[in-house]
Write a protein that binds this ligand. Structure first.
Ligand code: PLP
Length: 484
């Protein structure tokens, strides 16, 4: 019988691969860097969309009791993950809301994973927490929030919106008994993650008013006022208004200032969803559109969209930190060493997470290495690319939606006798089949529209020209199909 000491020696030897040697580490990193390099080099020529949906599931045959070397592991990723479906890293991704994935995001993630700083609690990771808090302060100042405001770095816009909604619910004391008499104000263009967050927050039975919009898809303030008045006189409790600073469908910015007036007058929580559009406030020409955002109670903003980071970073900014704390703090005896209230707030007290990704570094590093100026320029470029596309697409026989507030253009082919919905649906399919550039469609009041959402840092004039060429080709192909 072996002793405990023998067992320890055995198990230590068997698990020693978990700490690879320097030679091993360098060999892996060399291969990984090469893989990343050739991925980036091929982006310009590769399609933005490849339909890989029909194939058999290659993951079925993967057995974790066997191993492969790095070369084989990378080859598998290349074939089964990185060359099919949408390519969000491509400048040709002009659908949904793109971003791209700037290189230092990856280095930030790499270092965050190696150093594995504990960014949940100030006591454990004072440097990491201060780094994240500094980023939050920077974003607060960007939108004109006071220094007393704070926030949280989370995984994306959906969680950012959820944190705001939970805070609003508690601050406005919407207890379970009152849910079905409490009212939330949205528009039909509010991002669906808001309804999802309401449900998760236990507010599924709340009354939702979808306020009418003007021709630009912006919330109609008069209609909002009328509804607030009506609901109040009916004895209901208006408590939350969600405005958008850049809708996903149309890029529309709601009139934030007059909405803030109404929110104050009716004692509501004003949440602004700027997940897509918020960072356009950096662009001098566009600042005015955001007037009133500083009066919101909370703002969601997504660096993995508007600052071109790889997926995995959304931010919620909240003026009333105490309210945010009351909705999210925790106490546990096994955390007693860490539980003092330091001057620096801990992310774990302001979000549903405890142990969390040290995700600040993926934003910190790009900001330190590049500064803010190139981000401003890239955002301005996206705005003008949208203006350019808006002008050029009309020359191809397309009808357009409103002049873009930010960088989303709506258009549909109209120079045909064929039913426009049928034609444009088919056109979207043809565009997906082509794949040189990826575009997505939407349905607005029963009408099929195609979108160009321009927000990848890799999308430039040449990409948009390629996009227009592709669209013209696809129109011809659809005409042939539908008249055949
Ligand atoms: C993308 C988006 C969201 C959701 O953000 P995720 O980061 O995808 O979770 C919310 N609101 C708006 C306006 C968006 O564009």
């Amino acid at each position: 019988m072996s002793s405990i000491e023998d067992k320890l020696r055995d198990f230590e030897a068997q698990s020693s691969v978990l700490e690879p040697s320097e030679v091993q580490r360098n060999d892996w990193m060399k291969q990984v860097t090469e893989y990343a390099g050739s991925f980036i080099d091929a982006l310009e020529d590769d399609h933005a969309f490849v339909d890989g949906y029909q194939r058999d599931n290659p993951f079925d045959n993967v057995d974790f009791n066997t191993t492969v070397d790095m070369k084989e592991a990378l080859q598998f990723l290349k074939e089964e993950v990185d060359s099919i479906g949408l390519n969000p890293a491509s400048g040709g991704h002009v659908g949904y809301i793109p971003g791209g994935g700037i290189y230092p995001t990856a280095i930030g993630d790499y270092l965050a994973a190696i150093t594995n700083r504990y960014a949940g609690i100030f006591f454990g990771g004072p440097g990491a927490v201060r780094l994240e808090n500094k980023l939050i302060q920077w974003m607060c100042s960007l939108i004109g929030f006071p220094e007393s405001a704070h926030g949280n770095l989370c995984s994306g816009g959906s969680i950012a919106n959820l944190i705001a909604i939970c805070t609003a619910r508690d601050k406005k004391a919407i207890r379970s008994k009152m849910v079905d008499q409490s009212v939330v104000y949205l528009t039909a263009q509010t991002h669906h993650c808001v309804q999802k967050a309401l449900r998760i927050a236990g507010l599924d039975e709340v009354i939702i008013r979808y306020i009418d919009m003007d021709a630009q898809y912006r919330m109609d303030v008069k209609a909002l006022e009328k509804q607030l008045k009506q609901d109040t006189s009916d004895g209901l409790r208006p408590f939350l208004i969600v405005a958008s600073a850049g809708t996903t469908d149309a890029g529309a910015v709601d009139p934030l200032d007059p909405i803030a007036d109404l929110s104050e007058a009716y004692d509501c929580w004003l949440h602004v969803d700027g997940a897509y559009g918020g960072f356009f406030i950096l662009v001098d020409e566009l600042k005015d559109r955001f007037q009133g955002i500083e009066r919101a109670d909370s703002v969601a903003i997504d660096p993995h969209k508007g600052l071109f980071l790889s997926y995995g970073l959304g931010v919620i900014l909240i003026k009333d930190v105490e309210a945010m704390y009351q909705s999210h703090f925790y106490k546990a005896s096994y955390m007693q060493d860490a539980q003092e209230r330091f001057s620096d707030l801990s992310p774990a007290d302001l979000s549903p997470e405890l142990t969390k990704h040290y995700r600040g570094l993926r934003l910190w590093l790009p900001l330190r290495l590049f500064g803010i100026a190139p981000f401003k320029a890239a955002l301005a470029e996206k705005y003008y690319l949208a203006q350019y596309f808006y002008r050029e697409i009309q020359k191809l026989g397309f009808e357009v939606g409103p002049k873009p507030d930010l960088s989303v253009v709506l258009y549909r082919y109209a120079d045909t006798d064929i039913d426009l919905n049928l034609f444009n649906k088919q056109l979207t399919q043809e565009i997906h089949k082509d794949g040189r550039v990826f575009l997505s469609s939407t349905n607005l009041q029963g009408e099929e529209w195609i979108r160009a959402a321009i927000l990848s840092f890799r999308t430039h004039r040449s990409t948009i020209d390629r996009c227009l060429e592709m669209i013209a080709d696809c129109v011809e192909r659809v005409k042939l199909q539908l008249t055949a």
